[in-house]
Design a protein around this ligand. Sequence first.
Ligand SMILES: Nc1ncnc2c1ncn2[C@@H]1O[C@H](COP(=O)(O)OP(=O)(O)OP(=O)(O)O)[C@@H](O)[C@H]1O
Length: 251
Amino acid sequence: MVGITKTLKGQQEPRVILDGVDLTVDPGESVAILGRSGSGKSTLLSLIGLFDRPDDGHYFMDGRDLARIPERKAAALRSAQFGFVFQRFFLLKHLTAAQNVAMALVNGQGWLPRRHRRARVLEALDLVGIAHLAKQRPAKLSGGEQQRVAVARALVRQPKLLLADEPTGALDTETGNLVIEVMRAATDRGCGLILVTHDHAHAAKMQRVLTLTNGVLTAPDQSPTEVLTAPDQGPTEVLTAPGWGATEVPA
Ligand SMILES: Nc1ncnc2c1ncn2[C@@H]1O[C@H](COP(=O)(O)OP(=O)(O)OP(=O)(O)O)[C@@H](O)[C@H]1O
């Protein structure tokens, strides 16, 4: 995405939250986003996950600019291309771990065939190391295990990009480390990862660490004005999004 801006209009004066964000995430790349509380990290993640649209700028994926797509198309892309993990686990308490993960496999046409569904669910649970807990309900699971179910649910559709907003906020350090590790491991299979966190140790486990300050993303050794030319990249190369090559971006 390039030149993304967003002004939030609440009850008070409109506030510019994002003021020209440029971000590229390659397939399999992990990126941490740090920033003080209220700096706009969740707002940015909601734009990346197509929960909201920017006021200005471009957001390219698979040859399309998604910056202004209508909600119907956004909803379809959201479930097909993105996996979401939040601070709260949002598990359905009357369903088992496997059933919670399977919920993500409901699509516009209904359920996947049962055989395929089972295989995909078990694979996702196995990926996060809790296949043996498939039949447990959330009340029987620890916080870390519940969050791993949530990560499995996010991964089961094999998303292009995993978006995690403070996924360890409700966990102790050791459990949080485990959750970060299972998400990072997912990038080995080509899934991009954007981790919003306040935890610098978790951020350091990502390939790239960026900070959202005054509405723009900067790398640690960059001043905000330098962000258009990220290290090793020419200005045009920051126009890519997951699955994109810079050459695919319209001039
Ligand atoms: N719907 C909204 N309407 C108006 N203002 C909003 C809205 N959503 C968020 N804000 C404000 O926008 C700013 C950015 O919020 P955001 O949640 O993106 O920050 P954040 O960096 O994720 O914060 P935190 O680290 O505390 O989660 C905050 O000042 C917040 O109060």
